[in-house]
Ligand binder design. Structure first.
Ligand code: GSH
Length: 203
């Protein structure tokens, strides 16, 4: 088994944090995104979408999409449960993870990819107006998230789940996108401080 990883990029980081929470170690190979190694012929045969993470299994099967990879490991090692326990909890985790992806991680990614000079060769064409259009959407969503976190410890309930991992990488990805969490979002800041202090956060 081999995990194709991508340094500080948010999606490979989601998988690494997930594995660290589970205490699972997987041999990894770094794909140099800055050097556009993901677009090489060799990597395109592993993932034709030319993105990381990608997990190569011993029988040659390749899994891509960070959450699909996380689900694979969840099934192999259910403890600690990071996709919830039972029908309702599982659905709530899925709901919050999707909400965070669609309304937080992806918009922050759009801002970064469409405004940062270092992304010129990866995001073709760069559309600065799309970066600008996403900024108020991010603030609107994290304001909602802040209200939700007023009454609970983690994103989807009382337990740390994959939705917290998506939230953690999204908040941290705001920095290179030159975005900041407004000071008044105190519940979001409290939650971020707590999840950042987990040993897995540095994975
Ligand atoms: N939906 C995919 C997204 C994968 C993705 O976009 N990965 C980025 C790094 S965060 C990438 O490989 N970018 C390379 C590129 O755009 O050329 C997932 O969840 O894994």
């Amino acid at each position: 088994m081999k995990l194709y990883d991508g340094g500080r990029a948010p999606n490979p980081r989601r998988t690494r944090v997930f594995l660290a929470e589970k205490g699972i170690k997987v041999p990894t190979e770094q794909v140099d995104l800055g050097g556009l190694q993901q677009k090489s012929e060799a990597f395109a045969t592993i993932n034709p979408l030319m993105r990381v993470p990608a997990l190569l299994l011993d029988d040659g099967t390749v899994l891509t999409e960070s959450i699909a990879i996380c689900r694979y490991f969840e099934a192999l090692q259910p403890d600690p449960p990071l996709f919830g326990r039972g029908a309702l909890e599982g659905a709530r985790v899925e709901m919050w993870n999707r909400r965070l992806e669609l309304h937080f991680l992806f918009p922050v990614s759009h801002v970064f990819r469409n405004s940062h000079p270092a992304m010129k060769e990866m995001e073709v064409p760069q559309v600065p107006a799309w970066a600008e259009a996403n900024k108020p959407r991010i603030i609107e969503f994290i304001t909602l998230l802040d209200r939700e976190l007023k009454d609970r410890r983690f994103v989807s309930g009382d337990s740390f789940t994959v939705a917290d991992i998506t939230g953690l990488v999204s908040v941290d990805f705001m920095k290179p996108a030159k975005l900041a969490v407004p000071d008044e979002l105190v519940n979001l800041k409290r939650w971020h401080a707590e999840v950042s202090a987990r040993p897995s956060a540095s994975a």
